[in-house]
Write a new protein. Structure first.
Lengths: 309, 266, 200
């Protein structure tokens, strides 16, 4: 594995961008049905691999059989997260459809647009749309009792709308004001409330989702002013522009993840699930830390397992 | 070195600004001029503002009319080195023209005397240059122009010779150009005080939809413009917290106008 | 009164010390950061600007990442229990092919590097021999969090997992290999990898 990986920096992996909708949500609570798929074997407290291979020809030793290879007691084991996929055959077709939609339509359009539009303008356009999504973030913060987050969002919206040229600029996140965008949505809110992902769905155009995150897509659209543009073709134009603009800022990410994958469908499913799960955990940790009355569960580090969800 | 160059350039800019204005007979003031020195950071940067301006002036074309406006605008500016800045504004404004519907003919009566119309869009462009003499005092000059994208219209109902009539008055192509120069003093806490003279020209076309005896601006475009061509301005720019500034300013030509803006420096 | 002030002072000092602990960069963080800086140096090297120097760059990068990553640990963790289903020869081949797949997929992205900033800001010691190093790449349009998970083996910290925007590569491949190996044999998986590597 490589330094390449290291640098995969550039690699933004995430489904965001691409043919896959940026915001969905979801976290999978390690639900009962998924557990068996992941944990290949139950293990109770073995010593992980690292104990092996300390001899002179450690390199050769490393290729030996491993007794305790489930890493079950590894500190990062909570990542063993799976999601039920009863619709897999349909989902695979949708995945393929989205893949072609990206490669044949969205990407060429975004490349052409990128070639003629300086990056500053594209970032401004992204800021503008992001500012319009304020209602959904604000409501999500409130519903999670994250009042400081809600206040931050309200402050950002006011400052960026008034002094950020209608939201084209983002002065609020600058050093002086330091009001950062609250990375939350309605799907995460449901997750924080304890609603699980359910099963995996790939929507055409919107991409990876689940029943829970589909509620997010619907709710987010209701709270998004762009959805109310009339007539429909004007809405479609704005919506399409937003997609092309967002894609132009992440061309290549989707391709890198896809090229590196052995089974891209499974790779995207897993990436989506991991991504949503950790975002929900991060929100839970934030809410817990801002409410002293609640017993702190687990660690504030979203990466570490939170107990009892 | 840099300073020498500035000394040479500055009078040129100032001169150019005055010529530009002088060539266009005269003008109406519109909006704050702002501090003479840009508030953008030294190595170049944006600053934005939201402002309110209460405007009064006297226009004439034969008769003199007082106009009054309330303007709200948003501004984006780019400036650098503390010596120059270019800015653009977009805003909305109402318009009231006093006594424009007063009839001079006894057989004509109207339901009101004043023309009133609500929010219409306008755009403003401006540029300023500043020359710091020392850390405290400096001189600067600016040019600023405004144009109203849409027409103001007001309906009028009345009777003339016993016959009822309905017509409307349109105010089209309202625009202005201002140029000025002044002195700026920076007092402790970064507060900038500035004042100076300016000249301006402002004009609009008025047309009444139909000829009514006793009413002015009978059908056809009549242009009218500001009565006084020069005035003075004074203001203060006060740094608040976290990159925000409060700008207060007053202008006096034939009437007094004033306003305030809150700006943010990136 | 005086005593209270003294206590207060001591307490403040303690707090300052306590709060400064996370800033401390230990060996794992230094190791990861040094490796990444070396990569950036190669990418920025003006002598290698020429497109013809691409192969030299690749070779230099290979040396750095081989020192930085523990590919065997990575492979084992992605295969988990399936590791034992492979013969030793298959294991060796797997590790090599896997490395090539990743290199092929990411090398162009990495060579595209253009002045993004990399900040290493946090080290979490998970246990005596495991650590997570948090870094982010800051570009003009976005910030990408990248976490390196490291393990101490024979006195040397090596990276065995990279978490990009919350997605763990190990976990991602583990899911894929589980899925594939529940249907196919190790040989079939190797064949898939071989094809992927040879395909241009």
């Amino acid at each position: 594995m490589k330094g390449y990986l290291a640098l995969s920096v550039l690699l933004i992996f995430l489904m965001t961008g691409c043919a896959h909708s940026p915001r969905q949500s979801s976290s999978v609570l390690p639900s009962a049905q998924s557990a068996p798929q992941i944990l290949l074997a139950s293990t109770s407290g073995e010593i992980p691999v690292k104990a092996s291979g300390k001899s002179a020809d450690a390199i050769n030793d490393e290729y030996k059989d491993e007794e305790n290879i489930d890493y079950a007691d590894d500190k990062f084991k909570e990542e063993k997260v799976e999601i039920a996929d009863p619709l897999e055959p349909v989902n695979r077709v949708m995945h393929l459809f989205n893949d072609k939609l990206y490669l044949w339509a969205l990407k060429p359009a975004a490349q052409g647009y990128k070639a003629v539009t300086p990056e500053v303008l594209r970032i401004s356009a992204r800021n503008f749309f992001s500012n319009l999504r304020f209602p959904s973030r604000f409501l999500s913060c409130l519903l999670q009792s994250d009042f400081s987050g809600a206040a931050t969002e309200a402050g950002r919206f006011t400052i960026n709308t008034v002094w950020g040229i209608g939201g084209l600029m983002d002065p609020a996140s600058g050093k002086a004001l330091d009001l950062q965008m609250q990375d939350t949505d309605l799907g995460q809110t449901l997750g924080v409330w304890g609603v699980g992902q359910g099963f995996y769905i790939v929507w055409p155009v919107y991409g990876p989702s689940s029943p829970r995150d589909s509620i997010d897509i619907a709710g987010d659209n209701l709270l998004y002013p762009v959805s109310y543009i009339n007539p429909w073709y004007a809405w479609l134009g704005v919506w399409g522009y937003e997609k092309i603009n967002a894609t132009s800022l992440r061309i290549g990410d989707y391709e890198a993840l896809k090229d590196a994958a052995i089974d891209p469908y499974v790779a995207f499913r897993d990436a989506y699930i991991q991504y949503r799960l950790k975002r929900v955990k991060a929100r839970k940790a934030k809410v817990a830390s801002s409410m002293p009355s609640v017993e702190e569960s687990g660690s504030a580090n979203p990466v570490l397992p939170a107990k009892g969800n | 070195m840099k300073r020498k160059l500035l000394t040479k350039i500055f009078p040129l800019i100032a001169l150019a600004a005055f010529f530009l204005c002088a060539m266009d007979r005269t003008a109406a003031a519109s909006g704050l001029f702002g501090p003479l020195q840009t508030i953008s950071k030294q190595d170049g940067g944006l600053n934005t503002a939201i402002g309110y301006w209460y405007h009064e002036d006297t226009f004439k074309n034969g008769a003199e009319r007082v106009i009054r406006q309330n303007q709200i605008y948003s501004q984006a500016a780019y400036g650098a080195s503390g010596i120059w800045e270019a800015y653009a504004r977009i805003g909305i404004s109402d318009l009231k023209i006093f006594d424009v519907f007063s009839s001079t003919d006894a057989s004509t009566t109207t339901n009101k005397n004043d023309f009133e119309e609500n929010w219409k869009f306008f755009g403003t462009l401006g540029a300023k240059a500043f020359y710091p003499i020392n850390k405290i005092i400096g001189v600067g000059a600016f040019v600023q122009g405004t144009y109203y994208f849409s027409n103001f219209t007001d309906d009028i109902v009345g009777t003339t010779g016993g016959t009822p009539f309905t017509t409307d008055l349109k105010v089209q192509n309202l625009w202005d150009v201002n140029c000025g120069a002044g002195i700026q003093i920076t007092i402790p806490r970064g507060v900038k005080l500035y004042a100076g003279p300016y000249v301006y020209y402002s004009e609009a076309k008025m047309s009444l939809a139909s000829n009514i005896p006793g009413l002015e601006y009978a059908a056809g475009n009549v242009s009218f413009h500001n009565k006084t061509i020069a005035g003075g301005f004074a203001g203060a720019d006060i740094p608040l917290i976290k990159g925000f500034h409060l700008n207060l300013e007053g202008q006096y030509s034939d009437r007094f106008s004033a306003g305030a803006a809150i700006s943010f420096t990136y | 009164m005086k005593l209270m002030i003294k206590q207060f002072a001591v307490l403040s000092i303690l707090i300052i010390f306590a709060s400064s602990v996370p800033v401390y960069a230990g060996v794992p963080m230094t190791t990861a950061e040094t490796a990444v800086r070396k990569v950036l140096d190669v990418l920025k090297d003006p002598k290698l600007k020429n497109p013809s120097a691409k192969e030299i760059k690749k070779e230099k990068l290979r040396v750095i990442y081989e020192d930085m990553f523990d590919e065997i640990e990575f492979s084992k963790r992605t295969l988990v229990r399936n590791w034992n289903k492979f013969t030793p020869a298959q294991r060796t081949e797997f590790v090599k092919l896997f490395e090539q797949v990743l290199e092929k997929a990411y090398i162009d992205k990495i060579l595209d590097y253009s002045n993004e900033k990399v900040n290493f800001y946090k080290e979490n010691m998970i246990s005596d021999n495991q650590a997570e190093i948090q870094s982010k790449i800051v570009t003009s349009s976005k910030e990408i969090p990248i976490f390196y998970r490291m393990i101490l083996k024979d006195g040397k910290w090596k990276v065995y997992d990279v978490v990009v925007e919350n997605v763990s590569l190990v976990q991602n491949y583990r899911t894929q290999f589980n899925d594939i190996l529940s249907k196919d044999t190790p040989e079939q998986l190797l064949e898939t990898l071989r094809k992927k590597v040879s395909k241009q």
